[in-house]
Design a protein around this ligand. Structure first.
Ligand code: PNS
Length: 162
């Protein structure tokens, strides 16, 4: 299971999804209703799920969902004891490590795999994409095409750099 806020999915997330598919047969990409660090959402959870479904329409091994409540409870209900998380830099480590150990204390069977993204995505985050897009900057190199279209609709054509 690859959980996150995905507000919106970036090419960094997509890179982690593609790498994860080398390790697992089936990947549940799931949007959390309760995400600790998201302050001003740009897309509703339902819209994020729709975008993910469109990005992975041609990838039968990816299942898209959303969940309320605790990640471990959802993971257990889906019989998905492996959690994938991307780790971009040392700065991510403390938060990720805390979450991993808390999740494991809530459900001892869970294993967390930290994946390193391609180096060109180590600076990329959904929160920066949201901020740059809201302020009229170009984000075309950072998100999948369907997300760019949604961003154009939401904040205007400047996100495409045109
Ligand atoms: O993409 P994000 O915002 O870094 O993802 C964080 C996420 C959604 C994985 C985390 O906030 C989460 O697991 N939320 C669900 C609620 C939960 O289980 N909280 C306890 C975490 S130890």
């Amino acid at each position: 299971m690859y959980p996150g806020s995905f507000d919106p999915i970036t090419l960094g997330h997509d890179d982690i999804v593609r790498r994860s598919l080398k390790l697992v047969d089936r990947l549940i990409v799931t949007v959390a209703y309760t995400a600790t660090q998201v302050k001003q959402p740009l897309f509703e959870v339902r819209e994020r799920v729709e975008l993910l479904e469109r990005v992975y329409a041609d990838e039968p091994r990816v299942e898209v969902s959303s969940f309320q409540g605790l990640l471990v409870d959802f993971a257990r209900s889906m019989s998905a004891p492996i959690i994938i998380r991307g780790l971009r830099a040392v700065s991510d480590f403390e938060y990720e490590f805390q979450m991993a150990l808390m999740n494991r204390s809530l459900w001892p069977e869970i294993e967390v795999i930290f994946m390193a993204p391609a180096s060109q995505y180590t600076f990329l985050s959904s929160s920066l994409v949201r901020e740059v897009a809201r302020l009229g900057g170009r984000v075309a190199d950072f998100v999948p095409p369907v997300v760019l279209d949604a961003l154009i609709e939401r904040v205007g054509p400047s996100v495409a750099g045109e």
